[in-house]
Design a protein around this ligand. Structure first.
Ligand code: 5GP
Ligand code: ZN
Length: 112
């Protein structure tokens, strides 16, 4: 399958690994929008939140636990944001589910 994040998970494309276990892989975003910008992806190919099934509910919960642990490790005491961009209007550009962990600076709300 021609999926950039599947290739990163398999080590066929380089990435800066932050965390890995049997279910997820986390790595530095290539184009960070904040001092911390980590992507947490399931090793299994899921297109996006829209394609999620009840079967994957635990997996997505685990992605958030991993995000929280990375935020703790990075001492993001001031706060951080976790984001799933879903579909074109939200700016999803890679169609393999990924949770953005963004922090290390003040952020505006609502997002643009
Ligand atoms: P989206 O816009 O789909 O929510 O987020 C995709 C993210 O993946 C973007 O923040 C983009 O910078 C990042 N990205 C795209 N291709 C690569 C890549 O090959 N390596 C890494 N590390 N990040 C990537
Ligand atoms: Zn994939």
């Amino acid at each position: 399958m021609d999926c950039v994040f599947c290739k990163i998970v398999k080590g066929q494309l380089p990435s800066k690994k932050v965390f890995e276990d049997e279910r997820v892989y986390a790595f530095e975003d290539i184009n960070p929008v904040a001092p911390t910008h980590v992507l947490i992806v399931p090793k299994k190919h899921i297109v996006g939140l829209q394609e999620l099934t009840e079967e994957d509910a635990c997996l997505v919960g685990h992605m958030f636990v991993v995000a929280k642990r990375i935020a703790q490790e990075r001492n993001l005491k001031g706060g951080y944001r976790t984001v799933f961009n879903v579909g074109e209007d939200a700016g999803q550009s890679v169609f393999h589910l990924h949770l953005h962990l963004i922090g290390g600076r003040k952020m505006a709300w609502p997002p643009g």
